[in-house]
Each structure stands twice: as structure tokens, then as C-alpha cells.
Ligand binder design. Structure first.
Ligand code: NAP
Length: 281
């Protein structure tokens, strides 16, 4: 079985991006800039943002974190986003989710210029992705896609089963694999026989949030299994895939941690650079 090393893949991607940033700096005499807005003091969000800033610095991006307390008014955040939309030194804007209840997530997402939407959540980018046009692609599914392509560069005609239909993971994952000519089945909590669906798959992407949902006897030999889940349990952090069981059957499998997670941040940097390049003439 191939253990898909997301840490290594992310380090390689960061290295490529670092070279690219050096080239862009030489060509344009400026570097792409990423601005992250962090609201409140949730520990996981703080850790994510710190890691994003560290990785952005590592590849040579200009990086900035704007922090607000939980009590910040929605209009203050929206005004700041509008200001950043006009700032030419800012290529990408990311507002770390989740947001406090009094702030409307959709309003925040839609205030970010689509051309600076490094998370790929703006409806314009969602529409462009599903129409097959150029767009920012949400970072986690993009990371999954790059990991799958490392194992299997030609996905023509493969049967992919996506477990979970969130806007963040399942839906964009579907679009990326459709573009690669996979036959895609998207499953969710109302799917009648998830095991039977998974047993048909050459590729399974599990993004559910239920510890070890995907069992060993749900996976046929030669399947590539990507585990997006991050679940805190008594035995530590586990994914949505039963790693011990599935590793006996699968052709390739991502571990949790050390699989999809590191690629998510590397893809954020990639998206920032893509946003920068699209605005240069
Ligand atoms: P989400 O928005 O809660 O969506 C979960 C999806 O799973 C929903 O579509 C839901 O179906 C489906 N589902 C729930 N129970 C199911 C079942 N028994 N069988 C089949 N499908 C079921 O979750 P998310 O934001 O996509 O996150 C999923 C997981 O990925 C979480 O563990 C999260 O922490 C993790 N995650 C990891 C990264 C990373 O970088 N590695 C990034 C983001 C998220 P319905 O639509 O019918 O409710």
C-alpha cells in the first residue's frame, strides 16, 4: 500500500512556489500578498492562522494578519475587506472561519472580490469552477486532487465516490474530478447504502466528520482513499477512514494527521500566487 505523505508533498509544493515567487519578484519587482482576517480567540483558528502566516513567509509571500475581538461589528469587518479589495499589494484575502454568530458568513464571503478570494468560496468562483472556467478552487479539495494525481496521473474513466457534500469539500471535489473525466458519485447522510457505493469506487474521498466511518470491507483492492476528516477522539486525532483496516485493502491512503491537512495550507499559498498572476498584465 502506498502511504500518501501529505507533509512531503506539501513541502515539495512550497519549494516549487518559493521558486515561482522568486521569478515573479524578478519580473514584476513585487511579490504576491496574503491578508488573513482573524476574528475572536478560538484556539484552532489561531493555530491555523499562525501556520498559514509561517508558510506564507517561508515561500516569500508578503503576509499580514488582521485581528479583531469576538465583539467586532460586522460593518467594521466588511469595511476592512472593501479597503483590502482596493489595496494593490494584497493579492489574496482570507477570513478565517468560523465567525462569531452576529457576523453573516455569506455577506463576508461575497464582499471579498472574486479575484482576491483565495478560499474559492465566492459564488462567482463556485460558478466558474462548476462551469469549467478559471477560478480559485477551495484549498482542501485542491490539495486532495493534487495528492490523487501524484498516485494516478491519468484519471480518465475512473469511478470516484465522494463521501460528504459540503460546499467546502465534497462539492468542489466533485467538480475537480469531473474535469478529469472521472465518473463521480456524491454521497451524503441520506445515501441509502454507502458501503455499496464505496465498493464501486476506484477513488474515495471521505469528508464527513465521523471518526473512522469508512471501513476496510467498504474498499475494494486498488482503490485510492483520501481522508479529509479531522476528528478529536479518546485515542487522539483520527480521520473519517478506519486507517488500520483500510490500509490492508487500499492501493493508496492518506494518514491523519500528515495527509490532506498540510496540503490545504500549501494550496492556499498556491491560490494566492494564482490570484497575483491573474492581475498582472
Ligand atoms: P460538513 O460541512 O459537516 O459536511 C459533512 C458532510 O458529511 C455532509 O454533506 C453530510 O451530509 C455528510 N454526512 C454526515 N453523516 C454522514 C453519513 N453517515 N454518511 C454519509 N455522509 C454523511 O463537513 P466539512 O466541513 O466538509 O468537513 C468534513 C471533515 O473534514 C471534518 O472532519 C472536518 O474537520 C474536516 N476538514 C479537514 C480539512 C483539512 O484540511 N484536512 C479541512 C476542512 C475540513 P448532509 O449534507 O446530508 O448533512
Amino acid at each position: 500500500m502506498i502511504l500518501i505523505d501529505g507533509k512531503k508533498a506539501a513541502a515539495e509544493l512550497r519549494q516549487e512556489l518559493k521558486h515561482e515567487v522568486t521569478g515573479l519578484k524578478a519580473k514584476y519587482n513585487k511579490v504576491p500578498g496574503l491578508t488573513v482576517i482573524l476574528i475572536g480567540d478560538l484556539t484552532p483558528s489561531q493555530i491555523y492562522v499562525r501556520n498559514k502566516e509561517k508558510s506564507a513567509n517561508e515561500v516569500g509571500l508578503k503576509s499580514e494578519v488582521i485581528k479583531y475581538p469576538d465583539s467586532v461589528e460586522e460593518k467594521t469587518v466588511l469595511e476592512k475587506i472593501k479597503e483590502l479589495n482596493k489595496d494593490e499589494t494584497v493579492s489574496g484575502i482570507l477570513v478565517q472561519l468560523p465567525l462569531p454568530k452576529h457576523i453573516d458568513k455569506q455577506k463576508v464571503i461575497e464582499t471579498i472580490l472574486p479575484s482576491k478570494d483565495v478560499d474559492g468560496f465566492h459564488p462567482t468562483n463556485v460558478g466558474n469552477l462548476s462551469s469549467g472556467y478559471e477560478s480559485s478552487v477551495p484549498c482542501t479539495p485542491l490539495g486532495c486532487y493534487l495528492l490523487i494525481k501524484k498516485v494516478e496521473p491519468n484519471l480518465n474513466g475512473k469511478k470516484a465516490v465522494i463521501v460528504g457534500r459540503s460546499n467546502l469539500n465534497g462539492k468542489p471535489m466533485t467538480q475537480l474530478l469531473l474535469k478529469e473525466n472521472c465518473t463521480v458519485t456524491i454521497t451524503h447522510s441520506k445515501t441509502k447504502d454507502l458501503k455499496a457505493e464505496c465498493l464501486e469506487a476506484d477513488i474515495i474521498v471521505a469528508a464527513v466528520g465521523i471518526p473512522e466511518l469508512v471501513k476496510g470491507d467498504w474498499v475494494k483492492k486498488d482503490t485510492i482513499v483520501i481522508d479529509v476528516g479531522i476528528n478529536k477522539t479518546d485515542k487522539g486525532i483520527v480521520g473519517d477512514v478506519d486507517f488500520d483496516e483500510v490500509s490492508k485493502n487500499a492501493k493508496a491512503l492518506t494518514p491523519v494527521p500528515g495527509g490532506v491537512g498540510p496540503m490545504t495550507i500549501a494550496c492556499l499559498l498556491k491560490n494566492t500566487i494564482e490570484c497575483f498572476k491573474r492581475t498582472q498584465i
